[in-house]
Design a binder for this molecule. Structure first.
Ligand code: GDR
Length: 327
């Protein structure tokens, strides 16, 4: 039975990945931080096959102990401070967890997993936020980085240190440069879920309006369930490499809002949307659109769920989620 170790296992991607790997017959271990972590209760109920291992990305000895215990064949480093807006207020914490956490994981693998061809394989969650103020469109694995947030800067460090350890110590370490990926398990702080959940609540008479920031930025949005397959595919190759994972289509926040309201039969969506400066960011990423030709060719990966289907899925989920709460 192959063994996988996931950091960030309680997050959206961690849940999808745990489910996917369990379906493939893996024994799944998940790093769980903190004392009495409330998200673990949900994990125990919904994903009883995930074996929790205590530890923290800020604490190298705990990562060493976790790897010694789990003895994984594959390590998926999804743990991070992942909310871009928050990274402006907690920049040092973001650099420590999202950036230095990657270095600690690489060191733990070198200590426990060995640096040979048979070493533990690492997947690092890199991000399209590294492209930031984009130097070319669409973005590929060769597009230079220009991050626009402490989060983006930390992800660039994580990405570069993975390349450096791969080249220096012959580690099997890959980075997936994932563009935005969403779904019903997305946290309510991210714009897609904030919108689909608010639209459902407005439809059900539980909320009057949505308060948002910048409606003009554009994102390449895919479905998280599709994207975790790409993570696994990267680790099954003969050689480690980095891959852009994206749909190749881009939509603005305004289009997202329009699509979501249309799903519940509301056309005059502007009557329900207000903008507030507090949701604008000090520096914005205006346009992201990825070219995933390399992943499509070398990994045989492609997205199955397009943007309209994704929004339909999320609105349907939130209508049920909110109605169940009031029953
Ligand atoms: P992003 O996702 O920053 O792209 O990073 P997010 O959903 O937070 O923002 C997308 C865009 O929407 C604009 N926006 C708002 N965003 C939020 N969260 N709330 C609002 O009210 C709002 N109004 C407008 C933002 O300004 C932005 O332009 C996500 C994260 O998952 C990262 O961890 C990941 O690396 C990248 O996607 C790929």
């Amino acid at each position: 039975m192959p063994r996988a170790f996931i950091t960030g296992v309680t997050g959206q991607d961690g849940q999808h990945l745990a489910e996917f790997l369990h379906g493939k017959g893996y024994e799944v271990f998940g790093l769980v931080k903190g004392q009495n972590n409330p998200r673990m209760v949900q994990m125990r109920d919904e994903f009883p096959y995930v074996q929790p291992v205590p530890g923290d990305l800020a604490d190298l000895p705990s990562l060493v102990k976790a790897l010694e215990y789990a003895q994984p064949d594959e390590v998926y480093n999804l743990g991070a401070i992942s909310f871009v807006a928050m990274s402006f207020n907690q920049a040092e914490l973001t650099a420590n967890i999202t950036g230095l956490g990657v270095l600690r994981m690489l060191e733990a693998i070198r200590m426990v997993g060995g640096a040979s061809e048979n070493s533990m394989r690492l997947y690092q969650a890199s991000s399209s936020e590294m492209f930031g103020k984009v130097r070319e469109t669409p973005q590929t694995e060769r597009t230079p980085f220009h991050p626009r947030s402490p989060y983006g800067c930390a992800k660039v460090f994580g990405h570069d240190i993975v390349v450096n350890y791969r080249e220096s110590y012959n580690l099997f370490a890959c980075s997936g440069i994932l563009f935005n990926h969403e779904g019903p398990r997305r946290g309510l702080e991210f714009v897609t879920r904030k919108v689909t959940n608010s639209v459902a609540r407005i439809k059900l008479g539980l909320q009057k309006e949505i308060v948002l920031g910048n409606l003009d930025s554009k994102r390449d949005w895919g479905y998280a369930g599709d994207y975790v397959k790409a993570m696994w595919l990267m680790l099954q190759r003969d050689q480690p490499d980095d891959y852009v994972i994206a749909t190749g289509e881009t939509y603005s926040i305004e289009e997202l809002v329009k699509f979501a309201f249309a799903e519940v039969g509301i056309e005059n969506w502007r009557d329900y949307v207000r903008q507030d400066p507090k949701f604008f960011r000090p520096a914005e990423v205006d346009l992201l659109i990825g070219d995933s030709t390399k992943a499509r060719t070398e990994l045989g990966w492609k997205p199955e769920v397009d943007f309209p289907t994704l929004i339909k899925m999320m609105v349907a989920h939130d209508l049920k989620f909110e109605s169940d709460k009031i029953r």
